[in-house]
Write a protein that binds this ligand. Sequence first.
Ligand SMILES: Cc1ncc(COP(=O)(O)O)c(C=O)c1O
Length: 449
Amino acid sequence: MTAVLSAPVTIVRPTRAAGSAIPDRAPSIPALAPVVGADAQVPVAAGHSVGYANLDYAASAPALASVAAQVAGALGEYASVHRGAGHLSQVTTRRYEAARETVRDFVRGRVDDTVVFTRNTTDAINLAAHITPGDVVVLDIEHHANLLPWCAPKDGRNRARVVTACDTIEDTLVAIESELASKPASLLAVTAASNVTGEVLPISRLASIAHRHGARILVDAAQLVAHRPISIVSHGIDYLAFSGHKAYAPFGAGVLIGRSDWFDAADPYLAGGGATADVELGGGESSAGTTWHTGAARHEAGSPNVLGAVSIAEACAALAELGPEAIGLHELRLCERLDAGLAHIDGIRPLQIFTDSTDRVGIAGFTVDGVAPRVAAEYLSSEHGIGVRDGKFCAHPLLKRLGHPEGAVRASFGAGTTSDDIDRLLDALGTLCATTTTTRPELDEGYPA
Ligand SMILES: Cc1ncc(COP(=O)(O)O)c(C=O)c1O
């Protein structure tokens, strides 16, 4: 796998062509990789079943078929990890530890970075907050997972310094730089791609800004890692967090990888077996006689989620095999088709944070004139068998600043998505918007009327 895309994917949203016909949709775009559940059937209001159009990848992506097969294989040889002498315990331990190396390789981590398996991105960023000393600069556009852990009191105070994002990425970089210049901070914690709009932030430039002012950078890659190549070394990232379930590995594990010194200097995230080298009771404090491991083990007390780790490693290997160019191109073609179609539907209003963003992962946030987000999402599901997300996407400050405190609708996609899924969404939204114009009072009361 190459470390970074040779050329950035540029997605320019078409302007609305009101009233004109939905553009020609040929040719069709097949799935890039097989996913589990691609042929699932779901009931619709008309009384029959239709194939499920899963357009909710940003919330949780289906397992890649290869990931499910790998997990099934590991399950067949599963035994206790780390402390068992039996053959299968050793096989399982090797699998678990090898998973760290596959992840490190995939995100181009440094050889001496610590790779901790967590439950998900939320857990990974809470761990990062636990090990990070000092102030943290964050943007107001973040998912709550990269906002609230920094606001939780540490040493008796809230150390999050929240910068309001500007209308452009360029101005936002200036605002971050001036915050870091105004007062020292230990860390800049920033999302790689917005979970509401999919817009990608310039990670290398953010890393340079942080480092210029003596801060480290943590990247929340929950929405990026399965969609764009990411390189800890080339982008200059200090800490990277992501979830397996958004990267085709929905088996309950996530990752925090980064510089070892903060991991080793902090108290263990969880106290318990596996994190200790030696325990002596009878010291003054309850753990005064305990010697804790350094490295990942220090923060992974208790029996780890081996299958979760194995699934993430297989997803990383599979994504590397598919290649960033193919993944980027598949998403670009689907994005272009979706954007072109949405631009032809009167009543759809796409969400965008920055006027100068040029890259976007497979996420489209939008509102439907005259239709509450929940009503629109329920309509898409019950009438058309289409799964999207509605609400505030755990990004309440962002939804407020976008002018939609009541929420929005989000369609998101990835490797298992076909053009048929996109076309079905466009047709359904076209019908909804046409219906809304003629029967709006009825829809205002909620769907079904
Ligand atoms: C950008 C971003 N960060 C963090 C999270 C939290 O991920 P998880 O729920 O897997 O902890 C999400 C989930 O939607 C996200 O989109």
